[in-house]
Design a protein. Sequence first.
Length: 273
Amino acid sequence: MTYLQTKDGVDLYYKDWGTGRPIVLIHGWPLNADMWDYQADKLVDQGFRVISYDRRGFGRSSQPGTGFDYDTLSDDLAALMEHLELENAVLVGFSMGGGEVARYMSRHGGKRVGKAVLVSAVTPYLLKDDTNPDGVDKSVFDGFISDLEKDRPGFLTGFGKQFYGVGPLTFSVSSDYLAWTQGLALQASLRSSIACVRAFGTTDFRADMTAFTVPTLVIHGTKDATVPFEVSGEKAAKMIPGAHLKVYEGAPHGLHYTEQEKLTSDLADFARV
């Protein structure tokens, strides 16, 4: 397996497939790089170099007790970009990973980036407060943490169904795939899982939105029950200069699976231009 070590001694696992224009795929919470395997495989076949990695505390990367704030997480991304000497890369952030893209653009000046994509992303700001009255109530994130502490596998079972829009009349996701997804989530440490809920649930990225100085694509499903479209994708597209919004009507949060071919095609088309 391939790793790089950060300045604070954390080993980050990454995959580096193919040749051509680099596309960096940043996974969502609470999964790891494997969530992207379908997209990565198909994009390599279309002539791209595809890099995906496990966030610190998740998957095969180290499980430190600290460093789950977005400044540190964006520094990890910067270390990967530098280590692989990437140029003109397309950064793709899914869900929590969208925050890493945003903070990287502001904290690291978008170095080595040619384009950016936010997929079902938590940007610009999820938490409901006086400045963001349409946001998600803090009790939702507190509930996540409480349930993770009490019964993490049980919580993840229910969360996985919401993630992919599974309901009484919706059977588009097999029980086997849900179990596989839960397995990815359980590779993370409990501490990193909880710390990252606090990070994506409370970090305000509104100031980061103006740092997107490259062509940016925002993709979001209108039936996203995990990161509501009206709170995130719709607002982010308006705040990022020149961003293009692509709406997936009726789609849930986990577009990498429920909209596999469509998402892959949209990413390839955007990266190719």
